[in-house]
Design a protein around this ligand. Structure first.
Ligand code: 5FU
Length: 266
């Protein structure tokens, strides 16, 4: 199964150059940690990215949380990403018809397509969501490496996704002519898809497992990698609320990476 293969091997099985690049980045930088930078001030996000940059393969943003968004923020974020060699994932969770999604991706205040290497999208509208995103790339951005993670499961308690939805989401990710734009799947279990060339992104990771008071469910770094098939673990508050974010990022990196090494060695 894909979970037994190393990221180096899987880099060669990836269909898109961006997915290949991310697998290779993970293998060479030795990190499968994605930091969820859920902070509301631009400078706080930049400060966090600077401190934790050495330990992460991706920084995940929710750009619509930021109160003082500006083009300068994006310029600075791109500089930090280059300096510390991580990719930027805007967790936009697009969910509309293709025509709307193409505009939400490429236009508006945020112009997400111009700076986010990767985005997330729900599969609810079907295959056209991927086509809509691709259509949102103007000539300039089309030349850059871009990709999407499709949601096949959610970490929220009581979410409405069932087995059928999960299966069909997987089909959108792996079949059809747009697979070159799909870098992976956001999900909570190793059975969620089979293709070794795609990346499993899993949120709901915390050293102290449990729940928050708004439906979020957490499992440990070891559990999500070894039992749930996560290739990349997404950590937000586990790091954000630590007394020392840099130290916490290093700890999460070490534990997620050790779990991966153990998984592929068996
Ligand atoms: F698709 C998903 C999901 O199913 N659960 C999530 O928690 C995405 N997330 C994101 O991961 C969510 O929007 C947060 O940005 C992050 C988890 O943050 P936490 O602070 O570690 O709970």
């Amino acid at each position: 199964s894909r979970t037994k293969l190393t990221y180096e091997i899987r880099a060669n099985l990836a269909k898109s150059p961006l997915t290949k690049r991310l697998f290779t980045l993970m293998a060479t930088k030795k990190t499968n940690l994605c930091l969820a930078a859920d902070l509301s001030k631009a400078d706080d996000v930049l400060d966090l990215a600077n401190k934790c940059g050495p330990y992460i393969c991706m920084l995940k943003t929710h750009v619509d949380i930021i109160e003082d968004f500006s083009e300068a923020f994006i310029t600075n974020l791109k500089t930090v990403a280059k300096k510390h060699n991580f990719l930027i994932l805007e967790d936009r969770k697009f969910a509309d018809i293709g025509n709307t999604v193409s505009q939400q991706y490429g236009k508006g205040m945020y112009k997400i397509a111009s700076w986010a290497n990767l985005v997330t999208a729900h599969t609810l509208p079907g295959r056209s969501i991927v086509q809509g995103l691709k259509a949102g790339l103007n000539n300039d951005n089309a030349r850059k490496e871009r990709g999407v993670f499709l949601l096949a499961e959610m970490s929220a308690k009581g979410n409405l996704i069932d087995e059928k939805y999960k299966e069909r989401s997987n089909k959108i990710a792996t079949e059809g002519g747009d697979a070159d734009f799909v870098s992976g799947v956001v999900c909570q279990s190793s059975t969620c898809f089979g293709s070794p060339g795609l990346i499993q992104l899993t949120p709901g990771v915390k050293i102290d497992e449990g729940v928050d008071n708004l439906g979020q469910q957490y499992e440990t770094p070891e559990h999500v990698v070894k039992e749930r098939g996560a290739d990349i673990g997404i950590v937000g508050r586990g790091i954000l609320q630590a007394a020392n974010v840099e130290k916490a990022a290093a700890t999460y990196r070490d534990r997620l990476w050790a779990a991966y090494l153990e998984r592929v060695s068996k």
